[in-house]
Design a protein around this ligand. Structure first.
Ligand code: NAP
Length: 259
């Protein structure tokens, strides 16, 4: 299917690895020039080189911490006027509900709520002016069903979801859509970290921790960054202009709910 977005420009946050990279690669495959981001310059440069070689699009690198004001400014300097924005950052650490201080919550809110809101606030106006734009926020299945050990994520992402629910309806008249993609467990470094925490807490091997988690997923496997990216690219396509303010779950059926 031709996604109809060849020649457009996209910024994808936290995209040197994992789900963000999957989104950047799928957009590049559709002919979109991409701006990549990650804190580690070498990883960003390597992923950029791979994308240039594989898809022949322009790739710009912004190696910075997207959750900081300086990092956001560096991103905005490179990303002004983009047609497509995919927001993403690392997830907050696991823990127990009584462990977290105000500072822990502020950090989680900065990373997973206020950073995407700041990027949308800065980049939506030019999309509105052009009469076309696409925003996809990478959130989490924890928005639909809370994950007990990820209370910081549950809280911060719920705040972003509320912002998107209201804002998406206000920008839609201008040809701009905002939607959220909610990953369940995917085979990235984040999954290795989560399995590592279970392995340590339960004194079991990584393989056993992964097997136990896979057994809870009807698809009996982890998702891949490629299939996640393909869904993101579709939401950014010409065909997705009537999809507004939705929360789309990619979890292999793990959350047992009718809607
Ligand atoms: P990942 O594999 O750990 O990749 C994280 C990527 O983000 C790397 O490129 C990393 O590069 C970059 N990054 C992390 N923090 C950053 C920051 N502050 N500024 C800029 N770049 C940053 O993670 P993932 O699995 O792709 O997850 C992406 C998001 O989805 C996270 O918020 C995660 O919590 C959420 N999620 C993931 C899953 C899953 O199963 N994978 C499930 C639910 C939700 P550097 O380290 O070099 O910065």
């Amino acid at each position: 299917m031709d996604l109809g977005i060849s020649g457009k420009r996209a910024f994808v946050g936290a995209s040197s690895k994992g789900l963000g990279l999957g989104c950047a690669r799928a957009l590049a495959e559709a002919g979109v020039d991409v701006i990549l981001n990650g804190r580690t310059a070498e990883t960003v440069e390597q992923s950029a080189a791979d994308i240039r070689a594989d898809f022949g699009v322009d790739v710009t690198c912004v190696a910075t911490d997207i959750t900081t004001p300086d990092g956001q400014q560096a991103v905005l300097d490179a990303a002004q006027g983009v047609d497509i924005l995919v927001t993403n950052a690392g997830g907050p650490p696991p823990g127990f509900w009584s462990d977290w201080s105000r500072d822990d919550f502020i950090k989680a809110l900065d990373g997973n709520m206020l950073t995407p809101i700041a990027l949308m606030t800065a980049l939506l106006p030019s999309m509105i002016d052009k009469g076309w734009g696409r925003v996809v926020n990478i959130t989490s299945g924890s928005v639909k069903a809370p994950i007990p050990q990820l209370g910081l994520s549950n809280s911060a992402r719920a705040g972003l979801t509320g912002f998107v629910a209201g804002t998406s309806r206000q920008v839609a008249p201008h040809g701009v859509t905002i939607n959220n993609l909610l990953p369940g467990i995917h085979a990235t470094d984040r999954a290795v970290g989560l399995d590592g925490a279970v392995s340590k807490a339960q004194n079991i091997s990584m393989e056993d921790a992964k097997a136990a988690r896979q057994a809870t997923i009807p698809a009996r496997r982890y998702g891949t960054a490629d299939e996640f990216g393909a869904t993101c690219a579709f939401l950014c396509s010409q065909h997705a202009g009537f999809i507004v303010g939705q929360n789309i779950l990619l979890d292999g059926g793990a959350i047992n709910a009718t809607l």
